[in-house]
Design a protein around this ligand. Structure first.
Ligand code: HEC
Length: 127
């Protein structure tokens, strides 16, 4: 009886941990980065992900088997300021009254350091 309670509790804990960790993208920070700098970058990336979800995800995310996939942009595509006018959609939908200069740079940090997608997924050519 005692053991079955422990068993059920550990299943609940496992499910909760799984759900929690699935929501957040992981980041690939350089090995050489000092631990306290990594902490700062993770905070910045977490903010960037929230801003990305609000401002960019609706046009750029794809769904694979019901899971939202954030594209892997190449570093040369993450141009910050000029990205606003990169195409007609951006010009119309990303004025700096909506996404400030600071927010855009936090989003760039997130996109630059987020873990790359599995290259075997059909969606993820890095657009
Ligand atoms: C209204 C739709 C829309 C929104 C909102 C949007 N984009 Fe885009 N974005 C596009 C389209 C369309 C393209 C060009 C076609 C493509 O490559 O998919 C593009 C291209 C890009 C590119 C590639 C540029 C290049 O040089 O090839 C990047 C990077 C990008 N968007 C980032 C963002 C970020 C960051 C945000 C949020 C701040 C955002 N986009 C919001 C529609 C959108």
């Amino acid at each position: 009886m005692k053991y079955s309670k422990i068993f059920i509790l550990s299943i609940i804990a496992f499910v909760l941990i799984k759900c929690h960790s699935q929501k957040k993208a992981q980041y690939e920070l350089p090995e050489a980065m000092l631990p306290h700098v990594k902490v700062m970058y993770r905070v910045q990336c977490d903010k960037g992900q929230i801003l990305y979800d609000l401002n960019c995800a609706k046009c750029h995310n794809t769904k694979v088997k019901g899971k939202e996939v954030i594209p892997d942009f190449k570093p040369e595509q993450l141009t910050g300021y000029t990205l606003r006018v990169a195409n007609a959609q951006h010009e119309k939908n990303m004025p700096d009254t909506l996404v400030t200069e600071e927010e855009l740079s936090i989003i760039m940090t997130f996109l630059g350091y987020k873990k790359k997608n599995n290259p075997l997924l059909p969606c993820c050519k890095g657009k």
